[in-house]
Design a binder for this molecule. Structure first.
Ligand code: F6R
Length: 363
C-alpha cells in the first residue's frame, strides 16, 4: 500500500520522521540506553570495531565511523563485505564485528559475518528484518524498526541505521567514560531532536522538485562533502545513479583538487553538503573553486550558511540549522528527495530500477 503516494520510495522518505522517532524512543528510552541493557554489549574493553556491509548500508557504517572514533574514541574499520570476506583480515577477540543490512540476507554480508564467527569477541548485526539469516547468526541483533521497505533504493532503512549506530556510539562513549555526563546528555538531546529536523527538512521538497527538473537534463553530477558529510555525498551519488541513471560521483571535497576538479565545466552540477560546522570555510572555498570553473553548485546548508557563502551558486536549499555530529541524518532527506524527483522527472521506474534487486542473495 503506497498510502496515497505515487511511489513506495516517496512514502518511505516521508515516513522517516515517524519511524526515526520510534527508533530514538527504543534506543534512548533509558539513561543507560536500552539496547545495551538488553544485549549486554560492552564496549569498555574493546580495541576495535569492524563494520561490514554493502551499498547504502556500508555508507551508514562510514558515517558512524566518525561518531565511534571522534566521540567514543574507538578505532573503527569499515569495509564492504565483498572485499572484507576475501581479504582474510586478522580479527581478535577484542574486536566487535558489526554487520549492517536492511534485508539481513545479503550474501556477501552474511559470508563476512560467518568469517568473523569464532574470531571476533562479539558478532552484532543491525537489521530491519528480524527473522533474517544475518540476525539469526549474530550474537546480538539490533532492530532498526523502520517497518517494511519496498522501494529498491534504500531510504528510511538508511536513516534508521544511522540512528541505531548513533545510539550505540553514545552507549560506547558512556561505557568508556569518553565524555562527561553533561556532554553525553547534550549529544543524546541532539539525537532525540533528529526526527524533528527530518520533518523540517521535508519542507524543502517543493524547492527540490524544481531543482530536480533541471538536474534531470544533465548526464553527470558530483556530490561534495567533508567529515561525516563525505559518506553522505557518496550516498547522494549512489541514490541518484541507481534510480535516475545519471552518472554521479561522491567526492571528499578536500580531494577535489587531486583529480575530480578536472571534470568541472558548465555541464557539471555539483551538489554540496555544507552544514555550518567547523569545516564550513573549507567547503565554501571548495565551492568557489568549482564556480570559478563554471561548475553549477547546488548548495545544501542552512539559511545563514547560504547567506555567508554569498553569490554565484546555481541553487540553494536551506535546511534548519543542525548543530550536531548527527546532522547527516537530517541532510539525508534532501539528497533522497533530489534523487527521487530527478528520477520522476526523467520518467524512470523509481521503485524497480533496471538491473537491481531489493535483496542481493547471490555474490
Ligand atoms: C541502495 C541499496 C543497496 C543496499 C545494499 C545492501 O539504495 O538499497 O545499496 O543498501 O544492496 O542491502 P542490505 O542492506 O539489504 O544488506
Amino acid at each position: 500500500d503506497k498510502g496515497g503516494y505515487r511511489h513506495f520510495m516517496a512514502k518511505e522518505i516521508a515516513e522517516q520522521s515517524s519511524v526515526l522517532a520510534d527508533a530514538v524512543e527504543y534506543y534512548l528510552s533509558s539513561a543507560e540506553g536500552r539496547a545495551a541493557i538488553e544485549t549486554g554489549l560492552d564496549f569498555s574493553q574493546v580495541d576495535r570495531l569492524v563494520m561490514v556491509a554493502c551499498g547504502t548500508a556500508s555508507l551508514a557504517c562510514h558515517t558512524a565511523k566518525y561518531w565511534f572514533e571522534q566521540i567514543a574514541g574507538i578505532p573503527v574499520e569499515v569495509d564492504i563485505a565483498s572485499e572484507f570476506r576475501y581479504r582474510e583480515p586478522p580479527i581478535s577477540d577484542r574486536t566487535i564485528a558489526l554487520f549492517v543490512s536492511q534485508s539481513g540476507e545479503t550474501a556477501d554480508t552474511l559470508a563476512a559475518l560467518r568469517y568473523c564467527v569464532g574470531k571476533a569477541g562479539r558478532i552484532v548485526s543491525i537489521v530491519n528484518v528480524a527473522e533474517s539469516s544475518i540476525a539469526r547468526e549474530s550474537d546480538v541483533a539490533l532492530p532498526i524498526l523502520a517497518g517494511p521497505e519496498i522501494g529498491v533504493a534504500s531510504t528510511k532503512a538508511f536513516t534508521c541505521q544511522l540512528v541505531v549506530l548513533a545510539a550505540l556510539a553514545l552507549q560506547a562513549t558512556r561505557q568508556r567514560g569518553a565524555r562527561d555526563d553533561a556532554a553525553l546528555a547534550t549529544l543524546e538531546g541532539q539525537l532525540r531532536q533528529m526526527p524533528g529536523y527530518v520533518a523540517d527538512a521535508m519542507t524543502c521538497e517543493d524547492q527540490i522538485r524544481d531543482i530536480s527538473k533541471e538536474l534531470a537534463q544533465f548526464e553527470d553530477a558530483i556530490f561534495l562533502g567533508r567529515g561525516a558529510m563525505y559518506p553522505l555525498a557518496l550516498e547522494g551519488a549512489l541514490k541518484l545513479k541507481e534510480i535516475s541513471y545519471i552518472h554521479a560521483e561522491g567526492c571528499a571535497s578536500g580531494e577535489l583538487k587531486h583529480g575530480p576538479i578536472a571534470l568541472i565545466d558548465s555541464d557539471m552540477p555539483v551538489i554540496t553538503l555544507a552544514p555550518r560546522d567547523n569545516r564550513f570555510d573549507k567547503i565554501v572555498s571548495n565551492m568557489q573553486e568549482v564556480m570559478a570553473r563554471g561548475g553549477k553548485i547546488v548548495m545544501i546548508s542552512d539559511a545563514q550558511g547560504i547567506e555567508e557563502a554569498g553569490e554565484g551558486t546555481w541553487h540553494r536549499v536551506a535546511l534548519p540549522r543542525v548543530d550536531s555530529p548527527f546532522a547527516p541524518i537530517a541532510y539525508a532527506v534532501p539528497i533522497q528527495l533530489l534523487a527521487y524527483h530527478t528520477a520522476v522527472a526523467k520518467g524512470t521506474d523509481v521503485d524497480q530500477p533496471r538491473n537491481l534487486a531489493k535483496s542481493v542473495t547471490v555474490e
